[in-house]
Design a protein around this ligand. Structure first.
Ligand SMILES: C[S@@+](CC[C@H](N)C(=O)[O-])C[C@H]1O[C@@H](n2cnc3c(N)ncnc32)[C@H](O)[C@@H]1O
Length: 178
């Protein structure tokens, strides 16, 4: 995906003053690098990935000009206990669709966010279940899930065209009503 598309998907999820984000199920790190570009050099970014080889690759490919000690590569399963500081935001880009118990996972992830924190998601619209997307989350399902998990203010940010399904959307939800 082109970097302009990555930026378009998540730029409105990030708020000025945000200093700590996590990218859960970060894969090759495309969105982690986008978060770095949006948040700036002073932010702490936690890149969480359960596949050790994928995480090693991501670390190796991390741009040398961003040798920031503030990028933290974490080998972990985000459905388990994570050692993270209170987050301004957490991103699940094409990662929550691998989880069968999505409400349970979202309820647990709430605890990592500051009260003012943002949950951001990137998922496919209009895809059927497959080994690539075992538990699809079209936007209307996201709204239901996020409300049941105790979040507020679900909001679709944008949708971009993709080869599969009816595009890829980004959305946010907040912990507090404010
Ligand atoms: C389709 S890739 C998406 C990668 C990246 N977020 C992106 O959109 O470019 C999904 C990634 O999430 C990781 N993943 C899936 N479930 C996970 C879990 N429970 N904990 C940590 N990583 C997970 C997979 O290993 C894979 O690297």
């Amino acid at each position: 995906m082109e970097s302009a598309t990555l930026v378009r998907l998540i730029k409105d999820a990030v708020r000025s003053g945000d200093r700590v984000w996590a990218d859960l199920g970060s894969g090759g790190g495309a969105f982690t690098r986008t978060l770095r570009a949006l948040l700036g050099a002073e932010a702490d970014i936690y890149s969480v990935e359960r596949n050790a080889a994928t995480l090693r690759q991501q670390r190796k490919a991390w741009p040398v000009e961003d040798g920031s000690p503030r990028t933290h590569f974490v080998h972990a399963d985000f459905t388990g206990a994570l050692d993270l500081p209170p987050l301004d935001g957490l991103l699940l880009a094409n990662a929550l669709h691998f989880v069968a118990d999505q409400i349970g996972a979202l309820r647990q992830l709430r605890h990592y966010l500051k009260p003012s924190g943002t949950l951001a998601i990137v998922e496919y619209e209009g895809r059927s279940a497959s080994p690539y997307v075992p538990f699809p989350i079209p936007y209307d399902a996201f709204e239901r899930l996020i409300t049941e998990a105790g979040f507020h203010q679900p909001r679709r940010l944008t949708t971009v065209a993709t080869r599969y399904g009816r595009g890829m959307y980004s959305a946010t939800a907040r912990l507090s009503l404010a």
